[in-house]
Every structure is written in structure tokens, then in C-alpha cells.
Design a protein around this ligand. Structure first.
Ligand code: PMP
Length: 383
């Protein structure tokens, strides 16, 4: 069958090619997976089942049930001092659907959206798919991969409308400082832009407290704050995200979703409302586990020939430099997979700034991580 011409040249991304290769192998230590290894807590599962038994089996309200929107507000106020109201929340099919609807609501053809490298790859197609133009902003590791005011100004044009922030970052695992966030806010104000701040890893920050971008002076009205329960509550399969945004944006996202998904699975919504209201201690305990794993892996990486790793800052990702090995990100990734059967992702899959780096997800047990590090150490020694 003939494909739409816009997709005939679409190739699988660097990330997808690794995932496809792993599927054909059966003894891989897989450090490429961006989701918690823990299953959803049984009481959360029961809350979803209870919702079904109580008759929440019909079409949901387009914006999401009121109680789940209330729970999202309470969670963010409790943890980050961010105040919103259920009217300003939209419940989405995973965090992933938020940029799609947001760009649908906000972009005119040719509008530019800044993407800070290294970035979560789907954003690029989501901007393009809604008529926008992604503009990559190069960053440097010595600045935590956060853009300086000069780097932002250099990448801006009269068509620049918005910027995507994501911290703790996927793939970098880095967290910008308060000062860096303030500089971004200054730039956003100067250019009269919107911000899509993807803070889905907010519960895993190891360098202090998560700073919510919308809490910076003047930023609430400009910011769409995106998150979800996938990472914090180990609920990736339930596909439930949410966004806080100004009323007109929420209203338009609802209209757009009425011809795409028509709301979100009712059981997932009931489970998520329960999860956001009751699991703070477990969320904290899991973050501690991820922090300990990352510290161990970071220590091991820094003993390997040609590898240099920053201190664990957030999410469950480490983004070590492998440039000292003399291999490119792709060469390192594929040789590590084929020769040592350890799967990581090439940094170059996340924009040009990622060249010379790999992404390691600490989403395996301590034991599996230790075994992976043994194999990777041996691999680097042999290079
Ligand atoms: N944003 C970022 C930065 C992510 O890493 C992910 C998941 N990998 C998502 C959004 C999407 O999350 P979800 O599974 O809730 O769609």
C-alpha cells in the first residue's frame, strides 16, 4: 500500500533501532528502558478495579474526572507549592499526548519552538506534526546542559513562539540551577513566549528540591506544566498524564481531544486519583532507591577507561561522556550491545549535543546494574 509521502522517508530513531535489536536477543542486560522496574502498587490496582465495579465504565468527561484533577492539584501544592484549580487541569493519555495537544492548540504554521539539546526525541515530531518548526538549542555539559541566556538569544528569531523545558532531564538526568531557570524566565518574558515545562520526573531530584518553573515570578500565565503518574507512581502502562495550563489552552486541548481520544480510560483515572492522594511515602522511598543505584553506577563509570560521569542529579538517568574511548555514541552503543550484551542508548539519538555521550537508565536491580557495570568495564578495558 502506498504510504503518505510525509512518512515514506521516516526512519526508526536511534532509540527505536536499539529497542528492535534487543527484541531479537535473549541475554541482554537492558539499561535502555525509561520506565521504573517496579510494578504498580496493589492498592492502586484495586482502586482502578473498584472504579470499574462502581460503574465508572462509561465515556469520561473530556477534561478528565473532577476528582483526578483535584488530586493532581493537591499533589503539586503539597510537594511543590504550586497552586492551581481543577478547571485548569487536563487529563491526558500519558504524558506523551500533552505536547501534541498543546502544540495543536498553540502553534500557527511556521511558528518556531525551541528544543534544548539533548532532548526527549518525540517532541520534535510533535512540533512538526502540528505545523511548527523545531529549533534546536545547543548546550554544554559544564552548564548542566541548561542553555545560557546568550545561547537562547542566539537561537531566537522573530518566529520563535515557545520553548520546551524538561527537568530533571531525559536523557541527561541533569537539573538546572535556580539561577539558570531565572535566566530562561527572563528570556521568555523578553520574547513574550509560552513554555511547555515537562516535569514528569519531579519526584526524583537528588540535588535539593524540585523547582517548579511555573512558580517563578511571572511564569504561571505563560507555562503549561506537564506531568503524569507514569514515573512517580510506576504506572506507565495505565497511560495517564496531566497538564496545568491557562483556561483557553485547556478548553482548546479538550476540543482537540474530542476527535482524537475522547478522554482517558476511566479505570486509569480512578487509580491515578487514588495514587496521587495516598502514596507519598512510597514515592519517596522509591526515589531513594533510584538515587542509591545511580550513585553506585556513577562511581563505577568513573573508574572506566575513557568514561566520565557527572554526579546523579535527577530522574533515573546518567549521561556519561564516552568520548575518551575514541568511539562515537553509536559505535560505543552498538559494540557494547553486540560484544558485552549490555544495552544503553546513544546520546546522539537526542540531538547533536548528545554526541560523545550515552544514556544509562538505572531501571534495573542493584544486582543487574553491578553485573552490567562489570561487563562494561571489561568492554572499555578491551577497547
Ligand atoms: N516526558 C518525558 C521527558 C519522558 O521521559 C516520558 C516517558 N519516557 C514522557 C514524557 C511520557 O510519559 P508517559 O509514559 O506518561 O506518556
Amino acid at each position: 500500500m502506498e504510504l503518505a509521502s510525509r512518512f515514506t522517508h521516516q526512519k526508526p530513531s536511534g532509540m527505536v533501532r536499539v529497542f528492535q535489536a534487543i527484541e531479537k536477543m535473549n541475554d541482554v542486560l537492558n539499561l535502555s528502558i525509561g520506565e521504573p522496574d517496579f510494578v504498580t502498587e496493589p492498592d492502586i490496582v484495586e482502586a482502578g478495579a473498584k472504579g470499574a465495579l462502581e460503574g465508572f465504565t462509561h465515556y469520561p468527561p473530556l477534561q478528565g474526572f473532577f476528582d483526578v484533577r483535584e488530586a493532581a492539584c493537591a499533589y503539586w501544592e503539597r510537594h511543590h507549592g504550586y497552586k492551581s484549580s481543577p478547571e485548569n487541569v487536563y487529563i491526558s493519555v500519558g504524558g506523551l499526548h500533552i505536547p501534541w495537544l498543546a502544540f495543536g492548540a498553540l502553534l500557527n504554521p511556521g511558528d518556531e519552538v525551541m528544543l534544548i539539546e539533548p532532548y526527549f526525541t518525540p517532541y520534535e515530531a510533535q512540533i512538526r506534526g502540528n505545523g511548527g518548526v523545531p529549533v534546536a538549542v545547543r548546550t554544554r555539559e559544564e552548564n548542566n546542559f541548561a542553555p545560557s541566556l546568550d545561547e537562547l538569544r542566539a537561537a531566537a528569531t522573530p518566529r520563535t513562539r515557545g520553548i520546551i523545558l524538561n527537568y530533571p532531564g531525559n536523557p541527561s538526568g541533569r537539573v538546572p540551577t535556580r539561577k539558570q531557570l531565572e535566566e530562561i524566565a527572563e528570556f521568555v518574558e523578553e520574547r513574550d513566549m509560552f513554555v511547555l515545562s515537562d516535569e514528569i520526573y519531579e519526584s526524583m531530584v537528588f540535588t535539593g528540591k524540585h523547582e517548579c518553573f511555573a512558580n517563578l515570578p511571572g511564569m504561571k500565565e505563560r507555562t503549561l506544566l506537564a506531568s503524569g503518574v507514569s514515573k512517580s507512581h510506576c504506572m506507565t502502562g495505565w497511560r495517564l498524564g496531566y497538564v496545568f495550563a491557562p483556561q483557553n489552552v485547556i478548553n482548546t486541548m479538550c476540543v482537540l481531544s474530542s476527535f482524537q481520544t475522547y478522554g482517558v480510560n476511566t479505570l486509569s483515572q480512578k487509580a491515578a486519583a487514588y495514587a496521587m492522594n495516598t502514596q507519598d511515602e512510597k514515592v519517596k522511598a522509591r526515589a531513594k532507591i533510584f538515587g542509591e543505584r545511580m550513585k553506585m553506577v556513577e562511581g563505577r563509570l568513573n573508574l572506566m577507561k575513557g568514561v566520565k560521569c557527572h554526579a546523579a542529579e535527577g530522574a533515573f538517568y546518567l549521561f556519561p561522556s564516552i568520548s575518551g574511548t575514541g568511539l562515537t555514541s553509536e559505535e560505543f552503543t552498538w559494540r557494547l550491545l553486540n560484544e558485552a550484551h549490555v544495552a544503553v542508548l546513544p546520546g546522539s539519538a537526542f540531538g547533536e549535543t548528545g554526541e560523545g555521550y550515552i544514556r544509562i537508565a538505572c531501571t534495573q536491580s542493584m544486582e543487574a546494574l553491578r553485573e552490567s557495570m562489570d561487563k562494561m568495564e571489561e568492554f572499555c578495558r578491551r577497547l
